[in-house]
Design a protein around this ligand. Structure first.
Ligand SMILES: [Zn+2]
Length: 365
């Protein structure tokens, strides 16, 4: 590593992030559990979720971190995890006997490697944790605009955009954001598709969560994202479903912890977020969690980049220059490759992890 401790934590692609992760784990003498994805990356590289646990196997208090739930957001999330691993036992305050940290590195490795937000199934992993044994929820607001979000040609015509704006304006800003991003189960080639069955990443994650919370009583979780909110600001979004956990989350992470239910967040309520796995896989834990969501571009620009990415997925025959532009714009929308953004991401990520460890340790045994 160079003298600068922060910038080298950020990797230009999945494979570099994975190599850094494996090297740091080896340096620390920590075991890695690798879950290898059935598909390869664009250069034929292995895709995998690499789990590293720091601290005792039977710890009663566990801090979980997850990155790249939305693949392309792994640039920021994996950098934070690399920095936390490099911190060493210091982050846990020496050699605790009852606290562990479990890092789930690149839970959607396919999306990260291919520069997409979704999984190889075109599924938004953070909408894929619904109960597939029950009838799937409908989302008529999305169905009404699907064809306008992803028109036959790209870029969209002025008429298309005028009609889409008119429909969204009529809904008002919050309902309009939910129309697009809440999650839907009817358009497999569409945006924010929650899938019709658990994805590979969802199945792996459930297994990891089960295994690493076997002896756990208190679970803290920081799920790392980017793409919403002011540039470089890490919004701490309450990500649990028991309202009683909100005061605890604010005690640990500050009064600025926002809530999608209360409408104080840049995000909105969604169907099937990954945190729903807690109730299924480790119902015995007292759970406190946030999404740490780093801002990049204004919402309309981010959504335009995402629409283009989905359009390209529908149109693999698209002109090569157009395809390259779309891929670059998508990456820029979730990973502003600037020194300032990276430094902001790291500082806030480290602080949130330190606060979580302190919060866990302050709880009664
Ligand atoms: Zn995200």
């Amino acid at each position: 590593m160079t003298a600068d401790p922060v910038l080298p934590l950020f990797s230009p692609d999945f494979d570099s992030a994975r190599r850094l992760w494996l090297a740091l784990a080896a340096e620390r003498g920590l075991a890695v559990q690798s879950h290898v994805h059935p598909l390869c990356g664009p250069a034929g590289e292995v895709l995998a979720v690499d789990v590293v646990r720091e601290g005792p196997a039977d710890a009663a208090r566990v801090l979980l971190t997850t990155s790249a739930v939305h693949g392309v957001e792994g640039h920021g999330g994996c950098a934070i995890q690399a920095g936390l691993l490099r911190q060493g036992a210091e982050l846990l305050g020496g050699h605790p006997t009852d606290t562990a940290i479990v890092h789930v590195h690149a839970i959607n490795p396919h999306g990260f490697a291919w520069g997409r937000r979704v999984t190889n199934e075109n599924v938004d992993l953070n909408r894929n944790f619904v109960d597939f044994g029950q009838p799937l929820p409908g989302h008529p607001d999305y169905a009404a605009i699907h064809g306008l979000l992803l028109p036959a040609r790209w870029p969209p015509t002025a008429e298309n955009e005028a009609e889409l704006s008119a429909r969204l304006d009529a809904m008002g800003p919050r309902r309009a954001q939910m129309a697009v991003t809440k999650g839907q189960h009817t358009h497999a080639d569409g945006m924010y598709f929650g899938g019709c069955e658990p994805t590979w990443s969802a199945r792996v994650f459930r297994e990891v969560l089960r295994r690493h919370t076997a002896g756990c009583q208190h679970l803290a979780w920081i799920d790392l994202h980017s793409g919403l909110g002011p540039f470089g600001v890490g919004e701490r979004i309450f990500a649990a479903f028991d309202a009683a956990a909100l005061p605890r989350a604010r005690q640990w992470w500050g009064e600025q912890v926002t809530s999608v239910e209360a409408g104080s967040s840049t995000s909105i309520p969604m169907t099937g977020p990954i945190q729903w796995a807690v109730a299924d896989e480790c119902p015995q834990v007292a759970y406190t969690g946030i999404c740490l969501e780093y801002g990049t571009l204004p919402l309309p620009q981010m959504l335009m980049a995402l629409r283009a990415d989905h359009w390209l997925h529908q149109h693999p025959e698209a002109d090569a220059a157009l395809a390259a532009t779309i891929r670059r714009d998508l990456r820029d929308a979730f990973y502003p490759d600037t020194d300032a953004w990276k430094r902001q991401v790291w500082v806030q990520g480290l602080q949130a992890a330190q606060q979580a460890v302190a919060g866990l340790r302050g709880l009664a045994p």
